[in-house]
Design a protein. Structure first.
Length: 301
C-alpha cells in the first residue's frame, strides 16, 4: 500500500488511477473534501501525515504531490522525522532538480530512499495515463515499478528510470521548456491566420485538418482545437499567461551551461510580455522615433 500526500486535481487523479489499477492508497490532504473524494474511489483516509506513516507497513512508500518550494520542503522534512531506514519518499511534483538532489542526500544519511519523479499528463492523466521520468535510487525504482506501471499509459511505455537523484525533475524541467516553445509556435501560427481577415478562415476547422497526417499534429494541437471549438475567437480569455517556474529554470540552466535556447527563451519572454499593459519598452520605442525622426505618436487618453 502506498501513502499519497496531496490530493489536488492531479494528485487526486493519480490516486484514483492507482486504485483502479489495483494498488492500495492511504490518502491525506489539507482539504477534507479531497480526502473524502479519494475514499469514494477506494482509498483509506488519513487525518494527518503522521497517520499516513502509522497506517503503512514497513518498508513504507509515500508519494508527495504538493506544490514545489516550501510546501514540498516542509512535507518531506516532516516525513523524514517520521519514517525509518528502508522507507521511501517520492516527490512527484515540479520541484527544482537541485532541491531534489539536496533532499536525496539528506534522506540517504537517514537510510531513507528518495525518488524524484517528473510527472506529465495534467488533468488527462486519469484516462490517458501519466508520463513518468524517475530519478534517484535504482533499487527503490525497481521495488515501486508496479506503481509506475499502474500510472503510466501502459505497463511497457510512458515511464522509465532516467538516472541519479535530480535527473527525473531535470528531465521534466526540459520537457516543460520544450512545451513552452511548442505552445508559443501554435499561438503565433493561429494568430497569423486570424489576422488574414480577407480569407475568413475557420481556425478550428484548419486545426482539425492538421490533427491528421500533418507533421505538426500533437496533443497540444488537439487541445488548441478543443479551445477554438468552445470559443472561436477566444474572447472570454485575457491575454495574460502565467509560468510555472520550470520555464525559467530551463532558461537559467541554458545560461549556466552556455547552451543556446533561442526558441524556449523567447517563449518565456513572451509570457512576461503578456502580463504587461502599456509596456515601457514599447513606449520608449515610440519616444525614440519621435525624437530622431519627428514621427507621430499616440498619446495616452
Amino acid at each position: 500500500m502506498l501513502g499519497m500526500i496531496g490530493l489536488g486535481r492531479m494528485g487526486g487523479h493519480m490516486a484514483e488511477r492507482l486504485l483502479k489499477g489495483g494498488q492500495g492508497v492511504v490518502a491525506f490532504d489539507l482539504i477534507t473534501a479531497a480526502i473524502q473524494d479519494a475514499v469514494k474511489h477506494g482509498a483509506v483516509a488519513a487525518r494527518s501525515i503522521e497517520e499516513v506513516v502509522e497506517m503503512l507497513s514497513p518498508p513504507r512508500g509515500v508519494w508527495v504531490m504538493v506544490p514545489a518550494g516550501p510546501p514540498t520542503e516542509g512535507t518531506i522534512a516532516t516525513l523524514a522525522d517520521l519514517m525509518q531506514p528502508g522507507d521511501l519518499i517520492i516527490d512527484g511534483g515540479n520541484s527544482y532538480y537541485r532541491d531534489s538532489r539536496r533532499r536525496a542526500l539528506g534522506l540517504r544519511d537517514r537510510g531513507i530512499a528518495f525518488l524524484d519523479v517528473g510527472t506529465s499528463g495534467g488533468v488527462w492523466g486519469l484516462t490517458e495515463g501519466y508520463c513518468l521520468m524517475v530519478g534517484g535510487d535504482r533499487d527503490a525504482f525497481r521495488r515501486l515499478e508496479p506503481i509506475f506501471q499502474a500510472l503510466a499509459p501502459a505497463p511497457d511505455k510512458g515511464y522509465g528510470y532516467v538516472g541519479v537523484a535530480g535527473s527525473g525533475h531535470f528531465a521534466k524541467m526540459v520537457h516543460n521548456g520544450i512545451e513552452y516553445g511548442m505552445m508559443q509556435a501554435y499561438a503565433e501560427g493561429f494568430e497569423l491566420m486570424s489576422a488574414k481577415e480577407e480569407f475568413e478562415l475557420d481556425l478550428a476547422q484548419i486545426g482539425e485538418i492538421w490533427r491528421y497526417g500533418s507533421v505538426v499534429r500533437s496533443w497540444l494541437l488537439d487541445l488548441a482545437v478543443a479551445s477554438l471549438n468552445a470559443d472561436p475567437k477566444l474572447e472570454t480569455l485575457d491575454a495574460y499567461v502565467e509560468d510555472s517556474g520550470e520555464g525559467r529554470w530551463t532558461v537559467q540552466e541554458a545560461v549556466d551551461l552556455a547552451v543556446p535556447l533561442p526558441v524556449i527563451s523567447l517563449a518565456m519572454q513572451m509570457r512576461f510580455r503578456s502580463r504587461q499593459e502599456q509596456p515601457f519598452a514599447a513606449r520608449m520605442l515610440a519616444a525614440l522615433r519621435q525624437q530622431f525622426g519627428g514621427h507621430a505618436v499616440r498619446k495616452v487618453r
